[in-house]
Design a protein around this ligand. Structure first.
Ligand code: FCA
Length: 347
């Protein structure tokens, strides 16, 4: 009979296509966790970890620590990058197609929150957000989604205070000192960091009129940060001494590279970042750069901690803490080796 045969064929073709589509992910998952999940008797838990930038050292460190949780508990971790909405939605589809039960997301656009929640509900995926909190169309945080992020205002404040202390040490004249602030105001955690730093700098007596904010455009990498920094540097040729801060190390590194291209001496720049994961490379350089310090965060808590919490949610039914905000440690040339080691990282 033609009908059943046709529908039988359709099903087969769909199944084959679905398997083919999922194949790279299955292979990737096998490589990522040393094959846990594929061996007989291994755990049947599969967890996705989606990040907005697989090239940023911060997210690579998060993944590395999430892998450690996968090894410890024997679940399969599927690490996927998503730089835009389409990639994110198809990553969720792919995870569901390969039988994942949960996903941890740092979305490329936090306003995708409601679509992500809807997709996860439809596909029966447990959802947690990491780093960047998901919001609705009006910018309101989605408080039903467990979230682990950083204490953004507090960490920003320590950046501003550390810059103020270093200005004092160097004895800079206020009138000749400018602050370059590379902002990503559309993401709450980023906005709170730069606002916190600017607030602390102003509280220290820094001339408010010399604080120059400039938007750092997506993709937020060092190249786009160099572009943002060049705008500020071109607009203020009379400034002799620069301080720079941003939502993370890469924003500050962009300013530092732009200042080097203009032959501004390292002793005339105080850049303080956040993350520690890319800033450490400047702290290691034999020659001093304008990248003075960073606030080292804990990729271990963000990567291992979220993956572990998701595993327990799936396996034991224990829901993760609704909101967790981590702290950081100021690192500079003197203490970064020790501080990174204490966080389980390679300096
Ligand atoms: C955001 C930033 C990252 C990192 C993370 C904790 O996602 O873009 O660089 O600072 O928060």
């Amino acid at each position: 009979m033609p009908r059943p045969m046709l529908s039988g064929l359709t099903v087969t073709r769909r199944t084959v296509l679905a398997s083919l589509a999922a194949l790279p992910l299955i292979i990737a998952a096998g490589c990522n966790n040393g094959g846990a999940g594929s061996a007989a008797g291994a755990s049947d838990v599969k967890i996705g970890f989606i990040v907005k930038s697989a090239t940023e050292p911060w997210f690579q460190s998060e993944w590395q620590f999430a892998d450690e949780a996968a090894k410890k508990y024997g679940f399969t971790l599927v690490k996927l990058p998503a730089t835009d909405a389409d990639q994110l939605m198809s990553a969720l589809d792919n995870l569901a197609a390969q039988g994942a039960q949960g996903v941890i997301v740092c979305a490329p656009d936090t306003k995708l929150g409601p679509s992500i929640v809807a997709k996860c509900e439809e596909k029966n995926l447990k959802l947690m957000s990491v780093d960047d909190r998901l919001v609705d169309a009006g910018g309101k945080p989605l408080d039903k989604v467990p979230h682990l992020g950083i204490s953004a205002s507090e960490i920003g404040k320590s950046v501003g205070e550390a810059i103020a202390a270093e200005i004092k040490t160097r004895g800079w004249n206020a009138a000749e000192t400018g602050a370059a602030v590379l902002t990503v105001d559309e993401i709450e955690t980023c906005r709170l960091r730069t606002d916190g730093a600017a607030g602390a700098l102003e509280a220290s007596g820094f001339n408010k009129a010399n604080i120059y904010r400039t938007p750092w455009k997506a993709p937020n990498d060092i190249n786009t940060a160099v572009d943002a920094a060049n705008i500020v540097l071109t607009q203020h040729p009379n400034i002799k001494h620069w301080v720079a801060f941003s939502s993370n190390d890469d924003g500050v590194l962009g300013f530092v590279r732009a200042s080097e291209q203009r032959n501004i001496a390292a002793k005339d720049v105080i850049g303080i970042g956040i993350n520690g994961t890319s800033g450490k490379d400047d702290l290691k350089k034999a020659t001093l750069t304008g990248f003075h310090a960073s606030i080292l965060l804990s990729p271990k808590t963000h990567g291992f901690g979220t993956a572990e919490a998701m595993y327990k949610w799936i396996k034991e039914g224990t829901a993760p803490t609704a909101e967790t905000y981590t702290k950081g440690t100021l690192i500079d040339r003197k203490n970064f080796v020790e501080a990174l080691k204490a966080e389980g990282m390679t300096p």
